[in-house]
Structure formats: C-alpha cells, structure tokens
Design a protein around this ligand. Structure first.
Ligand code: HEM
Length: 420
C-alpha cells in the first residue's frame, strides 16, 4: 500500500495517499445523496428512521425489507452512503424500544449487506463518526458557505434539530482542523531537513487551528439541547460492547452464528486528535490508551494509516529538545500543546453539560418520585448513566487523557505558556 511506505521513503511526507482532502481534511467531499435505484428499499426506510422509531414501526418494516446484493455499489462514495444508511437503520432497529427491549439478532436483510459493505470499506458494521459526521452532510446552497445555516444532514436519528446540531457542529470542528492537518507534513519535512524556521511556521498555524476547533466546539451549546441529547439521542449512538443493556453483543444473522460486540459512535473515532497526539508526542497510559487505539479500528483505514505513519516519523519533541536555544521553536511547540490541552478542557466542560449534569438530574427525579413524569431526561437509559460509549467512567477517562496531554510540556515550559 502506498500510504504504508510513505514514512520509510525519502520522498517528502505528504497527505496525498491518505484520503485527506486539501480543503476538507477527513471530511468526505461531496457525499452522494442517492444510491442507484436498486437500493431504493434501503433509502425509503433510512430517510424515515426518526418517524418510524417514533411510531414503533421501524423493526417490522426492516424485517420485511428485501435482501439486496451489495455488489451493485461501485465506488467509495456509494459505499459510504450505503454504510450510513444501513448504520442509521441498525441503530434504530436495536434501540427502537429503549434499553429494556433490545434485540439479540440483526435480521439478515440488514446484517448481510451491512457486513459486506463494512468489509469493503474497512469499517465496523455499526454507525460510526465516519458515517454520521464525515459522510452525512450537504450544503443547502451548493456554492454557499460552510456555515450552520447552510448545512443539512442526509440522514438522521431521533432527536430533531439537536441531531443536526450535534453532527454539524462536529463537522465544523473537523473543518476548523484542516489547516492543522495540512501543516503536519510541513512539520515532519522540516524536521527531516533540519529547517526549524519551517517547523515554527507550521506549528504556529497548527496552534491557531486548534484554537479554531475549540471555538467551533462552543457552538454545541447553541445548537444542541442537553436534555434532548441525554434523554433521546444518546442511546442511538451507543453500541453493543461493554453495554449492560446488551451484555451478549449482537448476532449478525447470516454472517456469523456467534454474537459480535462493537462500540457506538463517538468523536473519539475522529482521526484529528489521534494525529495531533502522535505529532506532539503525547502518550496515553495503558487503559485509556487501549480504548483510543481500539477506536482507530472505527476509522477509514487510510486515516488510521496516516496516524500510524505520523507516529513513525522523526520525533518533534526530540527536535525541539535538541534545539533548546531556539526559543521561537520551543514557544511554538508549547503553544500547540497548550491549545490541545485547552481543547480537551473545554470538551470536558461540554461532556459535563451534556451528560454529567442531566444524569444527576435524572437520578434526582427518579429518587423523588416513582410515578411522576420527569420529562425527557428521566426517560434516558440508566445503563449509560456513568459510562461513555466505550464503557469507561467518562470523566475519569477524559481527565486521564487530558492530564497526559500536560505531560507533553517540556520541563522548562514557562507557567505563562501553560496557561494559554
Ligand atoms: C455534545 C457533544 C459531545 C459529547 C457529549 C461528547 C462526549 C464524549 C464522551 C462521553 C467521550 C468518552 C469516550 C466515549 O464515550 O466514546 C468522548 C470522547 C472524545 N470526544 Fe467527545 N463529545 C462531544 C463532542 C465532541 C466533539 C465535537 C469532538 C471533536 C471532534 C469530540 C472529540 C472527542 C475526542 C477526541 C474524544 C476522545 C478523548 C480525547 O482524545 O480527549 N467530542 N466524548
């Protein structure tokens, strides 16, 4: 594979062979909105998942769907739309009746094509970040800006406008990261040929882009309602690994007789922070590191390969350490670590607002009265209360990952820079 050879060759490091777009980074450029007509039975159901879940008809409609061959899907964008469509149908099918009445078996007319398409894409047979965010967008006005008002989802899950807000704000975070991504080769090539000026320039751009990611993340509170996220949406993003509601996983009928386990969709599956961690030399301890490494199997393989190749490139941290006298270089490096730390700190804030606070409220409502209707929040699944989609104690996990980011500061970092 061309991408795999890149780090070993003497050619300059470039993003060309990693399915990374110059303008959009990891975002899939111009996702298709329609499949070939043969697949209309899938799209007819996929486009109506929220309303069919609401009327409790989704499972029976999917049970009646014909078993279609995946062989008429010809190119990457067709496969991505098909994966997204089967992904939303699968989440709706499994969670239609909430956490108490899940299913053991995904029927073959959904399971078999989902499995085959997943194999061809190198993605797991579950709804992922690569589906819901990277390949699930459309501009209302084709030549209009990449703004919230001009963006819409191709396919949705229950939760109304908050679903669009959640996926599209995440898309804007991906977009804000593009300049940072584009500058990774400049850092690596600068180190390779000892051009510290080029490394400083690239790190300055990366630092600015990390700040823009945090600013984009701030839109989450504008476009997503915490009670809707917690009480309605979250279950449809959860998977069947380490999930007490589905302790045995899920049988993909016609694929394998044993049940299989897959984690739900999460931006931990975005390749961005994995790339920046590798570039800046941020190491994660055993347990959280294992979860993050496992999440790489939920990414398009070319993006996973990029992360691995960055990890094999010459160390930026050692380069900065070797040139201690170059203050501009140390400052630029420290600023990037500080901006990544600030992004993770802000993300912890977001998680508190969208999970910890509503979870506490849900517990309080349940304890106060058995039979009062506490609204959306109190209907949230209890099994997910303390857990991330990966089954980790969320805050412990996120704070561990945040603290390991701090460890990347070089010992002589001034307190001023750390606080940026
Ligand atoms: C309402 C918004 C969000 C919530 C409630 C949320 C929640 C979570 C949770 C619970 C985890 C723990 C791991 C897991 O359960 O999968 C996590 C991890 C993570 N999330 Fe989010 N998230 C949100 C938005 C975002 C956005 C927009 C991004 C940026 C692309 C993001 C990036 C990450 C990353 C990179 C991790 C892995 C931990 C790390 O590297 O620091 N999240 N998130």
């Amino acid at each position: 594979m061309a991408a795999a050879d890149t780090h070993q060759s003497t050619a300059p490091f470039s993003l060309d062979s990693y399915h990374v777009s110059e303008e959009l980074g990891f975002i899939l450029p111009e996702p298709l909105t329609e499949l070939p007509p043969y697949y209309q039975p899938w799209m007819d159901v996929a486009l109506r998942v929220p309303e069919l879940v609401d009327s409790h008809e989704l499972r029976s409609l999917i049970n009646k769907m014909p078993l279609l061959s995946s062989h008429f899907l010809q190119n990457h964008r067709e496969l991505r739309l098909a994966h997204l469509a089967l992904g939303v149908m699968t989440m709706g099918y499994v969670w239609q009746e909430g956490e108490k009445d899940t299913v053991d078996v995904l029927p073959r007319n959904l399971a078999v094509p989902f499995w085959e398409i997943s194999q061809r894409l190198g993605l797991p047979p579950i709804f992922t970040h690569a589906d819901g965010v990277l390949a699930n967008w459309k501009k209302k006005e084709r030549d209009g800006p990449f703004h919230m008002e001009n963006l819409e989802l191709l396919l949705s899950l229950p939760g109304g406008d908050s679903v669009r807000g959640f996926f599209m704000v995440t898309l804007l975070v991906e977009l804000a990261a593009v300049p940072a991504l584009r500058n990774i080769p400049a850092v690596i090539n600068g180190i390779r040929c000892g051009d510290s000026e080029a490394v400083v320039r690239a790190l300055d751009d990366i630092g600015r882009s990390l700040q823009d990611m945090t600013d984009a993340l701030k839109l989450m509170q504008v476009y997503v309602e915490p009670s809707v996220f917690y009480g309605i949406m979250r279950i449809y993003l959860s998977g069947w690994k380490d999930n007490p509601s589905m302790p045995n996983g899920l049988i993909y009928e016609g694929v394998r007789t044993e049940a299989m386990e897959f984690s739900g969709g999460s931006a931990a599956q975005s390749s961005l922070l994995h790339c920046f961690d590798e570039l800046l030399g941020i190491k994660h301890e055993e347990k959280s590191g294992a979860f993050l490494t496992r999440m790489r199997n939920y990414m398009p393989p070319a993006h996973k390969q990029l992360i691995e190749d960055i990890s094999l490139a010459p160390s930026l941290r050692s380069f900065v350490q070797q040139q201690q006298a170059n203050e501009r270089l140390s400052q630029a490096f420290h600023l990037c670590v500080a901006k990544l730390l600030a992004l993770r700190n802000y993300h912890i804030n977001v998680v508190s607002r969208f999970i910890t606070v509503p979870a506490a409220r849900a517990r309080q409502i349940r304890n106060q009265s058995q039979d009062c209707d506490g609204g959306i929040i109190s209907r949230a699944p209890t099994a997910l209360e303390e857990r991330g989609t990966g089954g980790s104690g969320i805050m412990i996990f996120l704070k561990t990952v945040r603290d390991q980011t701090k460890d990347a500061f070089l010992p002589e970092t001034s307190e001023d820079t750390k606080l940026v």
